[in-house]
Design a protein around this ligand. Sequence first.
Ligand SMILES: [Mg+2]
Length: 110
Amino acid sequence: MVMKIENDDYCAYRNAISMWGCTKIQLKAVEELNELSIELVRSLNGTGDYHKIIEEITDVMIMCEQIFVIFDDGTFRKEWDKKMQRFKNMLDKNKTEEMERCPAPQSTSP
Ligand SMILES: [Mg+2]
């Protein structure tokens, strides 16, 4: 996910920021992050619901885009590239034959 926000979405986010302000947007982002973390813990405990996780991922991604609109100063792409390179280097160092196959993601309940 590199932030390429559709124009309609960008306008909606700007409106949300104008309507509710940066503080409330950030509080809502924290709330959504917590909701996702709860669903992930439930999944790890065997009581998770796949659709709730997808719903919370979507909420978090929408809030991340709003946070991005608030904070972006033009350095995001550079930071993204730096962190992705570090991530890929870490994967390369720990690569196993099993990882080479790159299995498709699960689309059913965990
Ligand atoms: Mg939510």
